[in-house]
Design a protein around this ligand. Structure first.
Ligand code: NAD
Ligand code: GLY
Length: 359
């Protein structure tokens, strides 16, 4: 087992990473009270729930199995969770445990932020995306019909437990979507890691456990550093959004049914790199190398068919990074050095959108 720390003074917590931790990590010892509620979904429960409940003997251990899917990441599902906590008389010293991907993790985290004005929670992420991104950093939320992740809170977990073995059952497309976020860390702040990813791509594609474990460790290390420096995204945490402004526009334009989030991020990162090159900040090589790398994972590297530059502009105007009417974008000054800026030539943005929409 390898351990990292998210250093946030009294809210600091460890991230434990290792094979087989669901069976071997003494989870009950990390719980402050004597009650836990493990929340998961109907896909993950038959695979892993028993193994986690076995770690909680000696505690009042209740479980809740939610339906699977982003469309259930809403206030109605949260209500079901609060009902279960009340029915089983969970007190302020209870601990909620999220066993699942980012959907379960974000929802359970937000429930923990709200229940009795805040209780402990533990993340046990089971997708690559959740292991390298969403389980670390305390962003929690549910969706509103008018917008994704619009109702939420910053609430840090007490512990993140990453069992790398669970990736064995993850569908290929979900693994690739998580891989896009892994590449992101290399691009924005860790060029040595980016090169490591290029060199070890075949090992990662074939799910070699040591390679996956190293990629997860180095991703979490980067994320933990960013979060420790800027917990509530007043500054550099926004750099984690490389490719996301373009990506969100593509997700919205395609009704959230065409592409997974990580797939849209993949194409969005290529667009951000392309635009950085148009601005003269990067040479052309990175875009072609990145596209080649992402394509080996069957990730998209261009805009969805039929999408227009005008559609992009309309949708990007709603981005959370818009300030005083100006669209700030995460761009690369060079490999490993990202900036969030509105100080770019708008023609480079327009030309980028045209190039990716095939206009
Ligand atoms: P997800 O939670 O929907 O999981 C993807 C699919 O994989 C689901 O069907 C799930 O049941 C299944 N699954 C999970 N683990 C499995 C396993 N080990 N074996 C087999 N199947 C498994 O999707 P996700 O990509 O993990 O998360 C996406 C969510 O994360 C979005 O809601 C997004 O907003 C959120 N997110 C949050 C943050 C954050 O910082 N909080 C960051 C990025 C994304
Ligand atoms: N996933 C972006 C963040 O945690 O800030």
């Amino acid at each position: 087992m390898r351990t990292l720390e998210v250093a946030l003074a009294e809210r600091s917590y460890p991230i434990h990473i290792g094979a087989g931790l669901l069976d071997s990590f003494p989870l009950a010892e990390q719980v402050r009270g004597n009650q836990v509620m493990i929340v998961t979904n109907e896909t993950i429960a038959p695979l892993y729930l028993d193994r986690l409940t076995a770690q909680c003997s000696g505690l009042q251990c209740d479980t809740l199995i939610l339906p699977d899917g982003e469309k259930f990441k809403n206030l109605n599902t949260l209500e079901t969770l609060f009902d279960a906590l009340m029915a089983k008389r969970h007190s302020r010293t209870t601990t909620l445990i999220a066993l699942g991907g980012g959907v379960v993790g974000d929802m359970v985290g937000f429930a923990a932020a709200c229940y009795q004005r805040g209780v402990d929670f533990i993340q046990v992420p089971t997708t690559l995306l959740a292991q390298v991104d969403s389980s670390v950093g305390g962003k929690t939320a549910v969706n509103h019909p008018r917008g994704k992740n619009m109702i939420g809170a910053f609430h840090q977990p007490r512990l993140v437990l990453i069992d790398t073995d669970v990736l064995a059952t993850l569908p290929e497309r979900e693994l690739a979507a998580g891989y896009a976020e892994v590449v992101k860390y290399g691009l924005i702040r860790d060029p040595a890691f980016y090169r490591w990813l290029e060199t070890n791509n075949d090992r990662l594609l074939s799910r070699e456990p040591e390679a996956l474990s190293e990629a997860i460790y180095r991703s979490c290390e980067n994320k933990a550093q960013v979060v420790a420096e800027d917990e509530t995204e007043q500054g550099n945490r926004a750099l984690l959004n490389l490719g996301h402004t373009f990506g969100h526009a593509m997700e919205t334009a395609t009704g959230y049914t065409h592409w997974l989030h990580g797939e849209a991020v993949a194409a969005g990162m290529v667009m951000a790199v392309h635009m950085s090159a148009r601005l003269g900040w990067l040479g052309p090589e990175l875009e072609s190398k990145l596209s080649t790398l992402l394509t080996t994972w069957k990730l998209p590297v261009t805009a969805p068919e039929g999408m227009t530059p005008e559609q992009f502009m309309d949708l990007m105007a709603l981005d959370k990074k818009v300030q005083n009417g100006q669209l700030r974008l995460v761009l690369l000054r060079q490999l490993g050095e990202a900036v969030v800026t509105a100080d770019y030539d708008p023609r480079a943005l327009r030309q980028t959108l045209e190039a990716f929409c095939g206009v």
